[in-house]
Design a protein around this ligand. Structure first.
Ligand SMILES: O=C(CO)COP(=O)(O)O
Length: 472
């Protein structure tokens, strides 16, 4: 076996530099370690809001492939996919079906792989992975090839607990992995460490999740909000005036600050249509499951359909007034993420809880209920909003905010993972204004603000500008 595998393999971010994935050769000499790794396809296509699906083709890196006839996946209309999904064509590198092109669909936030339109539609409708019957899974018209014998394996993985990148130790990656073709008929590749020590499936799933999280990192920039709840008596004219002020504002560029404005539902399309393109919009809530006979509720699907990228969930007013429990909020966050929405998830203690010394226990329990449901945190922003500070003019001191934010980050580190703790934005909300924003923004663990009252005033622009404080 040569020191390094033949050919040029895409560098794997889960391996230390200088280490490599050692691929055992197929009986016919084909080496295709990446065929089981969806994230290494050279030309993924993202189903974006403005993007139409670009027909991507696999490079078919194996020279042998050039001489083999290829069965192409038929060109299919993927406009039915929600924004953010990735579609890939992958060419089989071995076996009787070598050259066949398979179509895969990847969920935007979790990286979860689906093998057919039917599976995706099932997941979109039910929020669960469809159990496939052996030999039946490729009956869709939009896929060209059959991997029928793998169905029992997939069935198992479809029903087990979701793998999480959080269990992956990014500071201690495996030095060498050997992939062996363990079942030619089923084209099953199995990873081994330290010679012939088989890597458990659960570990393999964690690697895939870790890879997905690296491929889709959180931008690491602050998020700011215009909650606009105080606009409950607002008029269209007032909304237009606020948008005009924002549109004319000189603010730091998007690589410094991400501005998200969140008017009440009825103004969302108007605000979205008028707002400058570098600012984004968020809904203030959405329903916990797929829309249906829930009169008055707005579903995540509707938001996706309107091209609304963000949603605020778990605001303390909804927790208190509408009895939204920690678990309910966790379910909502997971469902919204599963539809490709980005979520600002609110947590925070009441004055009574703070005075009884239970602040950290309260926010930890609220965060745990989210963590229990979410395996990919790339599209989650945590908003710490002490209830006693919301709309009261009584802002948390910078030290109080920093203390809770840093404890939350520690909680994420201990309970979710190092990478999630480092990359998840934790923003503060509660009586933030033009006068106190700079001092708060200077705190190392304060990554932005969720602003209510002050977001309706011109001082909101000063709050946006305070994002540069850490760069000064
Ligand atoms: O609840 C808030 C944002 O969602 C905070 O509101 P205030 O900034 O008015 O305190």
């Amino acid at each position: 076996m040569p020191e390094h595998p033949p050919g040029t393999l895409t560098p794997d971010p889960l391996l230390k530099s200088g280490s490599y994935i050692d691929v055992n050769h197929l009986p016919n000499g084909t080496t295709t370690p990446t065929k089981t790794d969806p994230h290494k396809s050279p030309q993924p296509r993202v189903n974006g809001a403005q993007d139409s699906i670009v027909a991507g083709t696999s490079t078919g890196a194996d020279p042998e492939m050039a001489s083999k006839p290829r069965r192409k996946a038929p060109t299919v209309d993927t406009s039915w996919l929600p924004a953010g999904w990735v579609v890939e064509d992958r060419v089989r590198g071995s076996g009787a079906t070598a050259g066949t092109v398979d179509k895969y669909y990847f969920h935007p936030s979790s990286g979860r792989r689906f093998r057919s339109k039917k599976e995706v539609l099932w997941y979109l409708e039910k929020g669960t992975v469809r159990n496939r019957k052996k030999g039946k899974e490729n009956s869709d018209a939009d896929i060209a090839s059959v991997e029928g014998s793998k169905s029992s394996k997939r069935k198992k993985s479809g029903t087990k607990a979701k793998a999480s990148a959080s269990n992956f130790d990014f500071s201690n990656v495996p030095k060498k992995i050997t992939w062996k073709l363990t079942d030619t008929a089923e084209e099953t590749w199995t990873p081994f460490m330290n010679g012939d020590e088989k890597v458990p499936d659960s570990t393999k799933d964690e690697w895939a999740a870790a890879f997905a999280s690296l491929a889709n990192p959180s931008s690491g920039h602050p998020t700011w909000g215009w909650r606009g709840g105080k606009l409950s008596n607002g008029s269209t004219e007032e909304v237009k005036k606020i948008v005009k002020t924002l549109n004319e504002a000189e603010v730091p560029s998007e690589d410094v600050v991400e501005v998200v404005v969140s008017p009440p539902f009825v103004f969302l399309p108007l605000v979205k249509s008028l707002l400058r393109p570098d600012f984004h919009v968020a809904a203030q809530n959405c329903w916990v499951r797929k829309g249906g006979a829930y009169t008055g509720e707005i579903s995540a699907e509707m938001l996706v359909n309107l091209d609304i990228p963000w949603v605020i969930l778990g605001h303390s007013e909804r927790r208190a007034l509408l009895n939204e429990s920690n678990e309910f909020v966790g379910d909502k966050v997971a469902y919204a993420l599963s539809r490709g929405l980005k979520v600002i998830a609110c947590i925070g203690e009441t004055l009574e809880q703070r005075e009884s010394g239970s602040t950290l226990a309260v926010v930890a329990a609220q965060t745990k209920a989210i963590a229990d449901q979410v395996s990919n945190w790339a599209n989650v922003v945590l908003a710490y909003e002490p209830v006693w500070a919301i709309g009261t003019g009584k802002v948390a001191s910078p030290a109080q905010a920093q203390e809770v934010h840093s404890e939350l980050r520690k909680w994420l580190h201990d309970n979710v993972g190092t990478e999630v703790a480092a990359s998840t934005r934790i923003i503060y909300g509660g009586s933030v204004n033009g006068a106190n924003c700079k001092e708060l923004a200077a705190k190392p663990d304060v990554d932005g603000f969720l602003v209510g009252g002050a977001s309706l005033k011109p001082e909101f622009v000063d709050i946006i500008k305070s994002a540069t404080v850490k760069k000064e």
